[in-house]
Write a protein that binds this ligand. Structure first.
Ligand code: TRP
Length: 336
């Protein structure tokens, strides 16, 4: 981290295993970015507590997600990888930022409203405060850029507002982060309902391919993927099912949509779906294998996250001290 590259921060919640949509939309982009920026990638385990979670499952998924990041090609030598809960400054800065955040701006958040509806039995303060914790994640590291999906734009906007608000009130402290939103076109939809985004929390497991699905599941789910009327394989608005499969094929094979259309001209849906499944499986099999090896070496993974947390604690500690000083919290003089 001791060079003059800009800081990139991103995080994923360990809520279920990411899907191929997360891989194409987020994780794979991270790989390209790790040479260009100083990348800090966190596993947002504290965020996960805002909805009901089985403690044992949360613990296991957190480790599995770390293994998965590395299996996908995130390089622990180049990046800082850590668990959010291992770095106390995230929760500490959240408290400070809470004092300049208005309840109205949190209750208006689209995700808060959606999740309140979905988890009506458990609308807790954490769920509402979720975007402030996310702002803390980002602002602690002098982050310049944050790669995010469309659904997190509003949260990033809040992080920017809070940075500016704090700076205006207490003097220049935080950098104001910019979003990097991946270009559209690679939006991957549900295999069962191609008008909706593919989601790992879909109740219908046939709708998504998780990065841990085995070969049988991958083949079976693509075989069952919904297509459209007609038999032509082309990318078009009136063919959402086929278009989605073409997007997936293109993303995993590296071929353009036009090339794919040419390749599948005159081919039946069955054969087409098989080809898409194989393109995906050829990438997933490597990731699965690597993840399995990593999970068998617990000491290695513990070492990576311990080292990552040390770096993150050092960087975030500096920022937190500055914030504490600016807001007027007393710090005793230490004898050298
Ligand atoms: N809220 C993000 C999501 O669900 C995850 C996240 C937590 C995050 N902290 C972050 C993303 C900081 C970017 C930056 O996708």
């Amino acid at each position: 981290m001791e060079n003059d590259k800009k800081i990139l921060f991103s995080a994923i919640q360990p809520s279920g295993i990411p899907t191929i949509a997360n891989y194409i939309g987020a994780i794979r982009n991270w790989l390209r970015l790790q040479d260009e920026y100083n990348c800090i990638y966190s596993i947002a385990d504290l965020h996960c507590l805002t909805v009901e979670r089985e403690p044992k499952d949360l613990r296991e998924k957190s480790l599995e997600l770390l293994a998965l990041y590395i299996a996908c090609g995130v390089d622990p030598q180049k990046t800082c990888l850590f668990m959010q809960s291992h770095v106390p400054a995230h929760a500490e800065l959240t408290w400070i930022l809470n004092t300049i955040t208005y309840p109205g701006e949190l209750s208006r958040m689209t995700q808060f409203k959606d999740k309140s509806r979905k988890h009506a039995q458990n609308v807790n303060m954490g769920l509402m405060d979720y975007p402030v914790l996310m702002a803390s994640d980002i602002l602690l590291y002098n982050t310049a850029v944050v790669p995010i999906g469309e659904d997190q734009k509003q949260h990033l906007e809040l992080a920017r507002d809070l940075a500016v608000r704090f700076n205006n009130k207490y003097g220049e402290t935080f950098s104001v982060p910019e979003p990097i939103i991946p270009k559209v076109g690679a939006r991957i939809m549900s295999l069962q309902d191609p008008l909706h985004k593919m989601s790992k929390s879909d109740a219908n497991e046939n709708g998504f391919i998780s990065l841990s699905d085995d070969k049988d599941a991958v083949m079976r789910k693509f075989k069952r993927a919904v297509t459209d009327s007609g038999s032509e394989i082309r990318f078009a608005e009136d063919k959402p099912g086929v278009s989605n499969l073409l997007s997936i094929y293109s993303a995993f094979s590296g071929k353009s949509i036009a090339e794919a259309e040419k390749e599948f001209a005159g081919v039946g849906y069955g054969e087409f779906k098989l080809a898409v499944a194989e393109a995906v499986e050829s990438v997933l099999s490597g990731i699965r294998e690597k993840k399995k090896q990593l999970l068998a070496d617990r000491a290695y993974l513990d070492g990576i996250m311990t080292e990552g947390a040390e770096t993150a604690r050092r960087l975030s500690g500096r920022m937190l001290s500055k914030v504490y000083r600016k807001v007027g919290l007393y710090t005793p003089k230490r004898d050298k």
